[in-house]
Write a protein that binds this ligand. Structure first.
Ligand SMILES: Cc1ncc(COP(=O)(O)O)c(C=O)c1O
Length: 415
């Protein structure tokens, strides 16, 4: 019989196989200093475009103080136990009430991590007779939640409404046979390419197919809509979203997440959601910190205004220079270039070392072969000078890429 670890050591996985070339630089890099538009990487100051601190709250003095005060008062252990048993406090309830109010829902339920919460929520909401219909480009937490489902599931082509309806028809046929219902899942904002989910078009089918809609609005919360309540507010369909989800890991610059829905649905989740029934509750310091952040999002629209000033300057500037930024209609700013993996490595190295720009790089198999995606996340603490320098740097690297300058360097990096 084989040793279980034989395969793990030999086959390191699709990303792990690049560890030797990539670790510490392209993956698991160490950004140092306070979270901001400028941080240190490899001992040098860089402009950071890879941090989802949309509203600049991570290093805001009022947030730091709220976190410090709460930690001083309660430590990081309090409360001990799962919510149902001994991990419940009035502050958890207050945060849930305030989150629900902010996104115009009756009630909310906190979870400790967005990823884990989403997996568990999908598992909780459906039975084996129900059918799930979800977007092909969904975040891993949705895909993994669907994996737990014992019934049928259908994917539709990304944001393709024709494909969506085709799959709804299939789902309806099955649900009619099993006596179950349909759960549709979309993201409010697809975080890799920055396109909003077509929520308005999706909800138009609700009457005909009688489905319930779950929306993962990780990137929309705090950034989209008049009040910052997200993609549903932006598209005028918040009341049609049956279960709304947002993480605290992005605009809220914290940790944790919440689901918001009608009272009965949240009550059901409280009594049936395994990730919360069988795990310790969110520490109070995080809860109190989240209350402060939510208050700032509600009362300081200037943070969102500054964010959008930077988003518009960056996206318009890139478009003016002829860059392909895809179909983004959110803050997430993808820049698509043509090149292979070694070239991508050399190009990012040049960006970091010579232009002092730090952004995320996405390559095959996450996007098609021959493409390089550089992903920029503007925040309210970036400056127009950061934007200017970045567009200049991007123009310089594009010229070198088109000239083939990165081919040889890239091949050396990959050795
Ligand atoms: C769309 C989406 N959903 C869920 C998550 C997971 O959230 P968390 O970081 O709170 O686990 C993320 C963040 O990485 C995300 O981008």
């Amino acid at each position: 019989m084989k040793d279980l670890f034989e395969r793990i050591i030999k086959d390191k996985g699709p990303l792990g196989k690049w560890a030797k070339q990539a670790e510490g630089y392209y993956v698991f890099p160490k950004l140092e200093g306070p979270i901001s538009n400028h941080m240190k990487f490899n001992g040098k100051e860089v402009i950071t475009w890879s941090i989802n601190d949309y509203l600049g709250l991570a290093n805001h003095p009022d947030v730091i103080k709220a976190d410090a005060d709460a930690t001083k008062d309660y430590g990081l252990a309090y409360p001990m136990g799962a919510r149902m048993m001994s991990g419940h406090t009035k502050y958890h309830e207050q945060l849930e009430r305030e989150c629900a109010d902010f996104v115009s829902k009756e009630a909310a339920y906190l979870v400790n991590f967005g990823y884990q919460g989403m997996v568990s929520a999908i598992d909780t909401l459906v039975s084996k007779n129900d059918v799930i219909v979800y977007d092909m480009d969904s975040h891993a937490c949705i895909i993994d939640g669907v994996r737990l489902h014992h019934g049928k599931r259908f994917t539709y082509r990304h944001n393709d409404i024709e494909s969506f309806e085709k799959n709804l028809v299939r789902a309806a046929r099955i649900a009619n046979e099993t006596g179950g219902g349909i759960l549709v899942i979309s993201e409010g904002v697809f975080g890799m390419r920055g396109e909003q989910g077509k929520l308005k078009e999706i909800v138009a089918f609700k009457e005909k197919y009688n489905f319930r809609l779950l929306v993962d609005d990780a990137h929309g919360f705090g950034t989209l809509g008049k009040s910052g309540a997200g993609a549903g507010e932006e598209q005028g369909v918040q009341d049609q979203i049956d279960v709304y989800f947002a993480t605290f890991a992005k605009s809220m610059a914290g940790i944790g997440a919440f689901f918001a829905a009608d009272k009965e649905v949240i009550k059901y989740m409280q009594y049936n959601m395994r990730s919360q029934m069988f795990a310790k509750s969110l520490p109070l310091a995080m809860v109190k910190g989240a209350l402060k952040r939510l208050d700032m999002i509600r009362t300081m629209p200037e943070l969102r205004e500054k964010l959008w000033e930077n988003v518009n300057a960056l996206q318009n500037g890139l478009k003016e220079k002829g860059f392909n930024i895809g179909k983004t209609n959110t803050c997430v700013t993808p820049v698509f270039l043509e090149g292979d993996v070694p070239e991508a490595m050399a190009l990012v190295n040049d960006l970091r070392e010579n232009h002092r720009i730090f952004c995320s790089i996405v390559i095959y198999p996450i996007i098609p072969k021959g493409m390089i995606l550089l992903r920029l996340i503007p925040t309210s603490v970036h400056t127009l000078e950061d934007v200017d320098l970045t567009i200049k740097a991007f123009s310089a690297i594009r010229e070198k890429l088109e000239h083939g300058d990165y081919k040889k360097i890239g091949a050396e990096i990959m050795m």
